[in-house]
Design a binder for this molecule. Structure first.
Ligand code: 3PG
Length: 388
């Protein structure tokens, strides 16, 4: 794959696909992490003497229609502030964009165009015609084969990976393809069903797989313990058993919590009670791992060579059910392991417990991060590979 850093950008029109799909409320960006992560690429392109054209999607608007609620206007404003120079939003850009060397324009939401989601070749050709060099830098959207991530890369005179995409692929490769061992993964979240392929793929690679949240409840049930009225998936118990057995076969482990934090109701004011995993009652809800389990998991993390983290282990938004996630966050922060984390809830937990600068690499990907963990090929990366 060609990399932007190796190309001569001087005087060139450089079209950069970024993932500026950030949360927006009342016309304001509420979390600018993805914009922050995208700024250095633009700075590098400007320093190289390029005329910069940016593209991104925002939300999931109806294709072929302009929709004010999905406009990139708030993103352009925030981008300008962070970059310290104007980022001009252009609404009609498919037939051509006016941009000079040293300037930055942002094309309005690519998903307003018919054919974007379907990866239309015609649309990709129009995008490609805007530039001399196409830079794919949207790791968070690399699992989508859409006109602005795939067809454009096929048709552009030159197509390459931007620094953010390259850094993400390097970090993920280091974590999963050539990991320092032991490799420990933490997979939390509410459902086994939505993360079954992640669990399957990771359980064949890792030395320890720590499960949390509703996912752990299904594993607790699979181990033969009661889960009361906790969220769990009875139909996936055989899958959980199979994963535990196959991990064991290769000398790996998927530990089951020894204690849990329960409540009688799911609310901010619910009283939290620590129970041995065997003592969960019929009207209990398991909402976090218990302190003894946290201690055991922290030990595992301390001696890890690599840690991959996706998903909190409890309902950390409510403090009395956040101790497990907090304790694992602090253990990751203290561990000398190379650590990588991704996913919206995980980033929120990292932020809440203040460990952002202690995690070796924080991915900007949600779905793309998960697909990488699943061992799937990312189509927007694959097309860059075929372009050489
Ligand atoms: C994301 O937020 O995961 C990416 O920007 C992709 O968005 P999408 O799921 O709407 O394609």
């Amino acid at each position: 794959i060609k990399r932007m850093v190796d190309l001569d950008l001087a005087g060139k029109r450089v079209l950069i696909r970024q993932d500026l799909n950030v949360p927006v409320k009342d016309g304001k960006v509420t979390s600018d992490l993805r914009i922050q992560a995208s700024v250095p690429t633009v700075e590098a392109a400007l320093a190289g003497g390029a005329a910069v054209i940016l593209m991104s999607h925002l939300g999931r608007p109806t294709e072929g229609e302009y929709d004010e609620a999905s406009s990139l206007k708030p993103v352009a404003e925030r981008f300008s502030q962070l970059l310290g120079q104007p980022v001009r939003l252009v609404k009609d850009w498919l037939e051509g964009v006016e941009v000079k060397r040293g300037e930055v324009v942002l094309c309005e939401n690519v998903r307003f165009n018919k054919g974007e989601k379907k990866n239309s070749a015609e649309l990709g050709q129009k995008m490609a015609a805007l530039c001399d060099i196409f830079v794919m830098d949207a790791f968070g959207t690399a699992h989508r084969a859409e006109a602005s991530t795939h067809a454009v890369a096929e048709h552009a005179a030159v197509a390459c990976a931007g620094p953010l995409l390259a850094a993400e692929l390097d970090a993920l490769g280091k974590a999963l393809e050539t990991p320092a061992r032991p490799l420990v993964a933490i997979v939390g979240g509410s459902k086994v069903s939505t993360k079954l392929t992640v669990l399957e793929s990771l359980s064949s690679k890792v030395d320890q797989l720590i499960v949390g949240g509703g996912i752990a409840n299904t594993f607790i049930a699979a181990a033969g313990y009661p889960v009361g009225k906790s969220l769990y998936e009875a139909d996936l118990i055989p899958e959980a058993k199979r994963l535990i057995a196959s991990a064991k076969e290769r000398g790996a482990d998927i530990p089951v919590p020894v204690d849990v934090v329960c409540a009688k109701e799911f609310s901010e004011s619910a009283a939290a009670t620590v129970k041995n995993v065997a003592d969960v009652e019929a009207d209990d809800l398991i909402l976090d791992i218990g302190p003894e389990t946290s201690k055991q998991y922290a030990e595992i993390l301390k001696t890890a060579g690599t840690i991959v983290w996706n998903g909190p282990v409890g309902v950390f938004e409510i403090d009395q059910f956040g101790e497990g996630t907090k304790s694992l966050s602090l253990a990751i922060a203290e561990s000398p392991a190379f650590s990588i984390a991704g996913g919206g809830d995980t980033l929120a937990a990292i932020d809440k417990y203040g460990i952002a600068d202690k995690v070796s690499y924080t991915s900007t990907g949600g779905g793309a991060f998960l697909e990488f963990l699943e061992g799937k090929e990312l189509p927007a990366v694959a097309i860059l590979q075929t372009r050489g």
